[in-house]
Design a protein around this ligand. Structure first.
Ligand SMILES: Nc1ncnc2c1ncn2[C@@H]1O[C@H](COP(=O)(O)OP(=O)(O)OP(=O)(O)O)[C@@H](O)[C@H]1O
Length: 252
């Protein structure tokens, strides 16, 4: 369970989050949507104590990440938007390094890593240096690292970026499987078809506030919208702007 209660954050004069209250329940796949710069990554980082709220509270698995970031990071598996890996280590070395941080016994680990490496077809990549991997393979490695300690809460910032269609399909299934095991799964995306296909619950952020939350079906009904793209544009107040841009583009 991941809970935000009245969370606000500003960077300088820029109000990024403005009293956000939202709950991400276990056993559910949640998609976090919002225009560029709407605060999705900021909200996600708060679950690990990487960004502190100016006011309000974040609770993850009963832990306050500001007070106890070490415990929060045991509960949360986090895959950042920007893949950051030690370029001069091989994936194998990185697995050992990350597992030692979490104190995962070797036997469990070998089996877990083998399963995830097979799942993402990274078998022929594990001997290379991380710096030599393609963007998509780095992303898959970053996802595996987030899963190694079998976290109760998964926070994945734009995890589908750079993945080929096959890997994207596998990731969709994996997210559903992780939620079926009772984990809390939160991912951000700009690809609304993915959100519609995978998420049980969608949360839409705009200008630092939650402007929509519910299942894709509920949101479509509530806003009389044919698809999640229309829901998104209406909830964020961008429908008219988009219509105007299309008019400009076509010159009518
Ligand atoms: N450390 C920081 N210092 C100053 N401003 C920041 C910092 N981190 C984020 N911001 C600002 O906060 C706002 C929200 O950024 P954030 O990355 O959370 O948005 P986002 O919804 O994830 O965007 P995107 O969809 O483009 O990835 C942006 O205006 C960004 O420039």
């Amino acid at each position: 369970m991941l809970i935000y209660q009245g969370v606000s954050k500003r960077f300088g004069g820029n109000v990024v989050l403005d009293g956000v209250s939202v709950e991400f329940r276990p056993g559910v796949v949640h998609a976090l949507l919002g225009p560029n710069g709407s605060g999705k990554s900021t909200l996600m980082k708060m679950a690990l104590g990487l960004v502190r709220p100016d006011s309000g509270r974040v609770v993850v698995g009963g832990v306050d990440p500001v007070r106890d970031p070490v415990s929060a990071r045991r509960i949360v598996g986090y895959c950042p938007e920007e893949v950051v890996l030690y370029e001069s280590l091989t994936p194998g070395e990185l697995f050992s390094f990350v597992s030692s941080i979490y104190g995962i016994p070797n036997g469990f680990l070998r089996e877990r890593i083998e399963r995830l490496v097979r799942l993402f077809k990274l078998g022929d990549q594990v001997g290379k240096l991380c710096g030599e991997l393609s963007l998509g393979n780095k992303r898959k490695l970053s996802l595996i690292l987030a899963l190694l300690h079998e976290p109760a809460v998964l926070i994945l910032d734009e995890p589908f970026n750079g993945l080929d269609p096959e890997s994207g399909r596998i990731l969709k299934e994996l997210l559903r499987k992780l939620a079926s095991e009772g984990r809390t799964v939160v991912f951000s995306t700009h690809i609304l078809e993915i959100a519609e296909a995978v998420a049980d619950n969608v949360v839409i952020l705009s200008r630092g506030r939650v402007v929509g939350a519910g299942s894709p079906k509920e949101l479509k009904e509530r806003l009389s919208a044919p698809d999640l793209e229309s829901v998104f544009l209406r909830a964020t107040g961008l429908s008219d702007e988009v219509k105007e841009m299309i008019r400009l583009l076509w010159g009518f």
